[in-house]
Design a protein around this ligand. Sequence first.
Ligand code: AP5
Length: 222
Amino acid sequence: MRLIFLGSPGAGKGTQAAVLRERHSVAHVSTGDILRDNVRGGTPLGKTAREYMDSGRLVPDDVIIAMMEERLAQADCKKGFILDGFPRTVPQAEALDVLLERLGIVVDAVVLFDVPDELVVERLTGRRVCGNCGAIFHAVFKKTSVPGICDLCGEEVVQRDDDSEEVVLKRLEVYKKQTTPLTGYYERKKTLVRVDAGQCGAKVVADIEKAVGRRNDIDQER
Ligand code: AP5
């Protein structure tokens, strides 16, 4: 399974990728998670990325492309991957095409998570993430069993710095301007499939698996 997840902030890309990673034993490659690890580690990449992330803007393309060239060459990606949050601009998509061609990899599908803006704000302002293992929860939709404590590893769950309403609205604006052109880009390549990401998580996962299966059938018939 080799998928690209496309969709607005809070569409559920990270949540559904975590489920599919377990079910299909593939790498979940989240650019946001890699950047946050670097911010926490105080690396030069993290120092560059921080001001962009905190204000809801995109980290420059050259920084992201170099980071992803390195990540996709790692051994765990050989079994398959889900790219979550990359590409996010047309130059990133073009660079990814070149990289995949060089590595001899064909992507099964680009999955577009369709979700209304109102739901995005509700999901992100209520999101809680584990500071240790990265598990994703929600104050209303997916509560931890013990308030404030991760169900998986027992560490504290926190709100992401960029999940305030003000930054969420900025991220949505940036998404519409810089990332939505990728819908047309992948439609023209006939690799785009759409899922209704406003449904419950189990239904979203089932729809992704069904849509990817249909696309693979079409490819085999060609
Ligand atoms: P990143 O971490 O990638 O953030 P994002 O794309 O804004 O996506 P999110 O992680 O906010 O949302 P998600 O779709 O994964 O939703 P989730 O599953 O958590 O990027 C952060 C920043 O890094 C960017 O702003 C940018 O600065 C930088 N960056 C990253 N990649 C970059 C790139 N390629 N180029 C340049 N800069 C880059 O779900 C959200 C909440 O909803 C959770 O609480 C969850 O429990 C809940 N939920 C999910 N699904 C459902 C459901 N079906 N029903 C009910 N609740 C649900």
